[in-house]
Design a protein. Structure first.
Length: 331
């Protein structure tokens, strides 16, 4: 008897490879990865090295590989994740058009779909951070960049086609907040703030955080919902065993914490005295800078997911102990 096939696009990337780790650990699935590994020196291939995947192919071969196959579930993490990508056409082609075509393939083939949305769809957060899956609620959001808009555009298509009854048997959008953890080294400047600050923390040098330019918020007091990639990968994998759960779901810890708190957690995990310098925020980003994000987990909990999300201190402690300062940064 053959095992069910699960395809993970972007499966060698940061979040995708952590989901692959969760799925291959089960032992009852054939996990196939669609991704590019690029230069060997980047270490991206190491994100998969510890996990027994069944197959690996490049994105340009996606629909040829899918043709005529029975795929139980597609976990679509493949995307341009850089919020500063200058080519809007490329952003729309990868983040919207490819996702659209994969959505329609899953609907026709009867395959379930889990895909990466983003908290960037919430824009400045004026309407809060509630993951309402209806078309009107999604359309009301105002993303601050082309990346957020590309994700919103696909969320809208999913909502519209679902309301028309033309959707995969299960369709789950995961709105990721500020994710940190192992397997992000290849991301360079798009790594989490925790990963970017770590080299200075490890060396006992001061780290730099932005000054605040908003009344009532102290320097380094800008807040984000920082969440461990291990937690979001575990939550994503939960939907495999709960096929009745569909819709949009926030993937965050549910608690906003300051960048200062993040830096202090890193210093504590390293056993070093904190040293923080506050620098002016570049004028080019001041106008649209987010000062607060926090995932509302009401819908996720109502769907039946009860596992806790690690506190910032515990999650950062695990990241430092087992990866950044441990034997390997890979999972």
């Amino acid at each position: 008897m053959t095992a069910p096939v699960v395809l993970v696009t972007g499966g060698a990337g940061f979040i995708g490879s952590n989901i692959v780790a969760e799925l291959t650990a089960r032992g009852d699935l054939d996990v196939v990865v669609c991704d590019r590994l690029r230069e060997a020196a980047s270490g991206k291939w190491r994100n998969l090295a510890n996990h027994p995947i069944a197959d690996l192919f490049a994105p340009e071969d996606l629909f040829a590989w899918l043709d005529g196959r029975r795929v139980e579930l597609v976990v679509h993490m493949g995307a341009i994740s850089s919020t500063t990508e200058p080519d809007a056409d490329l952003m729309l082609d990868v983040n919207f058009a490819l996702s659209r075509d994969l959505f329609y393939w899953c609907a026709e083939a009867g395959s379930r779909l889990i895909y990466a949305s983003s908290a960037a769809t919430y824009g400045g957060g004026e309407l809060g951070f509630v993951d309402a899956p209806d078309e009107a609620s999604i359309a009301a959001l105002r993303p601050l960049n082309a990346y957020g808009w590309s994700k919103q555009l696909f969320d809208l298509l999913v909502a519209r086609e679902t309301s028309r009854g033309h959707a995969p048997p299960q369709c789950v959008g995961l709105r990721f907040f500020n994710v940190y953890g192992p397997n992000e080294g290849h991301k360079g400047p798009m790594r989490s703030v925790a990963a970017q600050l770590w080299p200075k923390v490890a060396a006992g040098e001061p780290v730099s955080l932005f000054k605040s330019h908003q009344r009532g918020v102290g320097d380094g007091g800008q807040k984000r919902d920082f969440v461990s990639v291990k937690d979001v990968a575990r939550a994503a994998a939960w939907f495999i065993d709960h096929p009745r759960a569909s819709g949009l779901f926030n993937m965050g810890s549910g608690e906003a914490r300051s960048f200062e708190a993040l830096a202090l957690a890193l210093f504590a995990a390293a056993g070093r005295a904190p040293a923080i310098d506050y620098i002016p925020m570049p004028e080019t980003i001041r106008e649209k800078y987010q000062y607060f994000t926090e995932a509302d987990l009401t819908r996720l909990r109502a769907a039946g997911y009860t596992a806790p999300f690690a506190s910032l201190e515990d999650g950062i402690g695990d990241y430092v102990r087992d990866h950044l300062a441990g034997p390997t940064p890979y999972r």
